[in-house]
Structures are given as C-alpha cells and as structure tokens.
Design a protein around this ligand. Structure first.
Ligand SMILES: [Zn+2]
Length: 448
C-alpha cells in the first residue's frame, strides 16, 4: 500500500462530496426562506374567544357549525399554519436525502468496511465490535445531519414561536439524545447481526421479530428511563382537573390513581398529553402547556381522546402493524441487499448482508422504503386518532371543548387541506375533519 495514488485522488473526491453536501444545504436554505419570510415570528395570532351564547347560537347542522368554528381563525393564523405545515412536506424529502448522504459517505471509499475492520481489531469479538460500529454510526449520522437538525428542530421552531429554549439548552438536549441513540443503536446492531449470522436465509424473519420486540421494550422502558432525561414529571395537585381526569379513567376501567404533569414548557409551547402503558400498566400524563392554556372542557376533551387510545389497545395494534411492516421492510431489504452487494460488493468492501459493514446500505434501503410508505403509515396512525377522537367525544361529552382545542392546534397543523393532502401527509386528522366530527356528535346527540 504505497498510498501515493490514493492521496492524489483524495482531494478531488472530497471536493465532490463537499460540493454535493453544500448543494443540499443551500437547497434547504432556499426551500426554507419563503416559509421563514411568511412568518412574523413570536406567538401565533390569537383566536378571539367566544362565550356560551355564541355556542348556543351555532346552527345545529354539523357542516354549518364546523364552518362557523373555522371562520374564527384569523387569515394570518391560517397562512402561518399552512406555511409551517407545508414546510414539513419538503422536510420529509430533505430528511431522506440527508439520511442517504450519511449512507453514501460511509459506503464511499470502503469507509464502512474499514470502520468495521477497525472495530473488530479493537474489540476482538464480533458482538462488541458490531456494538461499537452501531454507536459510531449514530455519532457519524448526528454530525452529518446536524445542519438539518438545527434548522428543523431549533431554528424553524423558534421562527414559528413554538420552541422556548435558547440554542445552548436545545443543543445540550441533542447531546443527551445522541448518547441515548448511540447506546440503543449499539444494542440493536449487535443483536441484529448476531441474529443474521446465525439464522441464515431466514434471517429477515428473525430480524423483524427483533425489531418488534425492541419497539415493545422501548414502549415499556421509554417513559421510565428515557423521558425523565429531558423532563420532570410531578403528580398533579388535587383539584377539578385531577378529579375530572380520574373520573373518566375509572369510568372506563383504566387502572390509575394518579395524574402526572410534565414540564414540557421547558422545550415547547405545544399542548399535549398521553396515556401510556403495556401489560396491565397505565400512566396518565398531561403537559403544563395544556394546564395553562386550556379550559376544563378542553382538557376533558383531550384526556377523553388519550384514554381512548389506551382503552382501544392502540399500542398493541400499532405493535402488530409494526411487526407486519418490519417483515415487509426486512424481506424487501434482504432482496435489495443481495442484488446491490452482488453488483457493487467489491467497491464497498463487503459482499455479505450479515456483515455489519453493509449496515449503511441496509439503512439506505430502509430510508427509501420508509419514505415510500409514509402515506400508509400516516393513514394507519390517523385512523387510530379518528377512533380516539370519537371515543373521547362519547366519554367526555365536550364537543365544544374538542372544537376549541382543534382550533388551537392549527398553530402547527394546516387546518383545511385537500383530501389527497390529508391522506399523504397527515398523521392526525385536519382541523376541519376533527371539528366536523365534534359538531356531528353535537347534532346527533342534540346537545347545546
Ligand atoms: Zn391521539
């Protein structure tokens, strides 16, 4: 290995890659510019409050009542919501490209094979070596996609008045998240390749089972082990909110006697809540923004929805769906990797799909499949959200609380999209859809 010819070629290749990356980042900046220009920054335009007289004067007809609610949105609020949400469509593509850039950079010049060999030299044993490779992959991916993460996670959220952190605090949390993802990817990669080496041609079936099991474990351990790294959870003091939430939970047999408040306002102004738990456990949590910004009727509406997810076993259904999707993804990836490695194995420095050096290729295939499956995944999640909305209406009996909250959520969701747009991009129903559900309930039940 004289290295001379290598050294001579290196600057040209690096230059090409740098130019490519620069082009990607410049395009992101270009795509972002109009959205940023449209938003004035700071808090979103306020929606004028209404009273009981306004609600009682609403037409009984669900369509007309829905329109009356939507007409309360200031034009500036709609324009801002549209710009923010449509910006997300472009970000889907940029995230795909950034992820593919990570894989391409690692596969070029046999970098991945060389890193895998170095890990094996240092760790000596396969599994620890694969774990080290997984951790390094997470680190490399973090560094390469950092500009996009900063734009998407901090700059854009600040522009639209959603993020409450300064850059230092935000970046500190990104470093904690990086440490978590390095540990998780180390475990996942070590287990995956140990399994692939032993299972032979049926490896993809076992890999799907492993992915599903790890997701279930994450659902169980995440709220206990990962969430507290970023936020504090405290019991909600006694009062009308706690009474109302526990009454609804007990009415549907949810085994809880405590409600927790999470200090989400540290990071964001968004309202949210959830009811989590598998295997007979349950935890009801709502965030401080919800408590601060919403009426009791709105909080009841939200918590009725969240309890619906729990009572209708949405987590288990999502796990079953993930298992199917994992089979589909790993099956296709197995086929794609065989094809690609047979043709380009020599260039990449590995020709085996059970060699960790081919991991960036697997990730690349998964990124493309995930991108293509976006409408399917969104539609499945959205279907559960619609179910939970309807469950929540029946439990909380607060159609106006639900509608008021839906108006507030236009801060980050385009309120009135085209049908195809909702099908492809929405993981929650649109404001119009949700308010219409609430007003249809009101019309049918004959409530004020
Ligand atoms: Zn939901």
């Amino acid at each position: 290995m004289t290295g001379r010819p290598h050294a001579a070629r290196r600057p040209a290749l690096w230059l090409r890659w740098s130019a490519c990356l620069l082009l990607v980042w410049l395009s992101i900046a270009g795509a972002a510019a109009p959205a940023i220009a449209q938003s004035a920054g700071g808090a979103p335009p306020a929606i004028a409050p209404v009273d009981d007289a306004w609600r009682q004067a609403l037409p009984r007809d669900a369509e007309a009542a829905t329109q009356a609610y939507l007409d309360r949105l200031p034009a500036a609020a709609v324009a801002r919501a549209n710009a923010y949400f449509e910006g997300g469509y472009c970000l889907l593509l940029w995230n795909l490209l950034a992820g593919l850039a990570v894989s391409a950079l690692l596969l070029a010049r046999r970098r991945s094979a060389r890193i895998a060999a170095w890990c094996l030299r240092v760790a000596r044993l396969r599994m620890p070596a694969d774990a080290a490779y997984g951790a390094l992959f997470a680190l490399f991916s973090f560094v390469v996609t950092l500009p996009l993460s900063i734009y998407q996670g901090w700059f854009r959220e600040r522009q639209y008045g959603m993020a409450t952190q300064d850059f230092g605090a935000w970046f500190g949390e990104q470093l904690i998240a990086l440490a978590v993802s390095m540990v998780m990817l180390a475990i996942a990669v070590a287990l995956l390749y140990a399994l692939l080496r032993r299972a032979g041609p049926q490896g993809w079936v076992w890999a799907s089972a492993l992915a599903t099991a790890m997701l279930a474990l994450l659902m169980l351990a995440g709220p206990v082990m990962i969430d507290p790294l970023f936020n504090r959870y405290t019991p909600l003091p006694a009062g009308p909110v706690k009474d109302a939430v526990l009454a609804m939970a007990h009415a549907d047999g949810v085994p809880v006697d405590q409600v927790y408040v999470v200090d989400a306002s540290r990071q964001t102004a968004r309202v949210s809540a959830n009811v989590s738990g598998l295997l007979g456990t349950a935890a009801v949590r709502l965030n401080d923004n919800l408590l601060r910004r919403c009426s009791l009727a709105e909080i009841r509406a939200v918590m009725g929805h969240e309890l619906g997810h729990y009572v209708m076993n949405h987590l288990y259904k999502m796990l079953a769906f993930t298992a199917l999707l994992a089979l589909l993804f790993f099956g296709s990836a197995q086929w794609a990797l065989q094809y690609l490695l047979a043709r380009h194995g020599a260039q990449l420095g590995t020709s085996r799909s059970d060699d960790v050096a081919s991991f960036p290729l697997l990730v690349g295939v998964f990124l493309v499949l995930g991108f293509l499956a976006t409408p399917i995944q969104n539609t499945l999640i959205r279907s559960q959200e619609i179910e939970a909305d309807r469950f929540g209406l029946n439990l909380a009996r607060e159609p106006h609380g639900a509608a008021e909250l839906d108006l507030k959520l236009t801060e980050y969701r385009k309120p009135d999209p085209a049908a195809w747009e909702e099908f492809v991009f929405y993981d929650h129903p649109s404001t119009r859809f949700r308010i219409h559900d609430a007003m249809r309930w009101r019309e049918a039940m004959g409530t004020p």
